[in-house]
Design a protein around this ligand. Structure first.
Ligand code: CO8
Length: 258
């Protein structure tokens, strides 16, 4: 499908999806969100894709939801159309791993979009924030919930109440991002991480993603039980036999997603 607000490139089993509204710092308008959800669904369904990287420009991953588009909406409109509600569900339904590669601003819905991905690799220029309070609203798709789980109550309150931005170093220290890399190397590093994942058994990568995500929903004992059951189930796969045989035979595993 031809997109106008994103660019999709599939290479070496990695789908690179680039948000592309440079004049608005990749503000997330309805067209972009709709195209992004379609591209994610297509990547999830594409056998050639084993991992997804979501990125923006050097200046902005995304500076939030499009303020121009939503400023005049009424309560009845946003409630009826479930503004932004569907996006969260659609991203959460993607079963292949998604890495957010963040450079520059990741604000409001931009920060929330990055947090919806499975992990975040940030450039040293990245700035994260939930500045919605400056607009007379609160975060709407994870900024008070996911951010709190990432960085704890104190920092989350600080960011949601003052609207201040967190730089890449603080974001890494706080557990919001998994690693920080030089801006010029962001795509290279994120793609290399995606290719590492693409080399694994896709069955196992999807199971690992599912198990980590369950940790947000379950008590520790329930989560441990879920994990053990999934771990046990991996022994029904050929990839478990191959992975362990390859280790014992001191060779590279040849996974077949079976
Ligand atoms: N919406 C619409 N347009 C935007 C947005 C935005 N969020 N951010 C920037 N732009 C536009 C500006 O209007 C400007 O356009 P123009 O040239 O036509 O005036 C252009 O992008 C460049 O922006 P600036 O001139 O402001 O650039 P600066 O470098 O001076 O400043 C900032 C960069 C600090 C990022 C500044 O643009 C800014 O503060 N932006 C708004 C940040 C913000 O408040 N974000 C939160 C939005 S609310 C939200 O996200 C609710 C979440 C709901 C869930 C979303 C689900 C996906």
């Amino acid at each position: 499908m031809a997109f106008e607000t994103i660019i999709v490139d599939v290479e070496d089993h990695v789908a690179l999806i680039k948000l592309n509204r440079p004049d608005a710092l990749n503000a997330l308008n309805s067209q972009l969100l709709s195209e992004l959800c379609t591209a994610l669904d297509e990547a999830d369904a594409n056998d050639k894709v084993r991992c997804i990287v979501l990125t923006g420009s050097e200046k902005a991953f995304a500076a939030g939801a499009d303020i121009k588009e939503m400023s005049e909406k009424t309560y009845v409109e946003v409630f009826t159309e479930n503004l932004f509600g569907e996006v969260g569900d659609r991203v959460a339904a993607i079963r292949k791993p998604i890495i957010a590669a963040v450079s520059g601003y990741a604000l409001g819905g931009g920060c929330e979009m990055a947090m919806m991905c499975d992990f975040i690799i940030a450039s040293d220029t990245a700035k994260f924030g939930q500045p919605e309070i400056n607009l007379g609203v609160i975060a709407g798709i994870g900024g008070t919930q996911r951010l709190t789980r990432f960085v704890g109550k104190s920092k989350s309150m600080d960011m949601n109440l003052t609207g201040r931005f967190m730089n890449a170093e603080e974001a890494e220290r706080s557990g919001l991002v998994s690693r920080v890399v030089p801006a010029k190397k962001l795509i290279e590093e994120a793609t290399a991480a995606a290719q590492k994942i693409a080399e694994k058994s896709q069955l196992t990568a999807m199971a690992a993603k599912e198990a980590v995500n369950r940790s947000y929903e379950l008590t520790l004992n329930e989560g441990l039980l879920f994990e053990r059951r999934v771990f046990h189930s991996m022994f029904a796969t050929e990839d478990q036999k191959e992975g362990m045989a390859a280790f014992l035979e001191k060779r590279e595993a040849q996974f077949r997603d079976k």
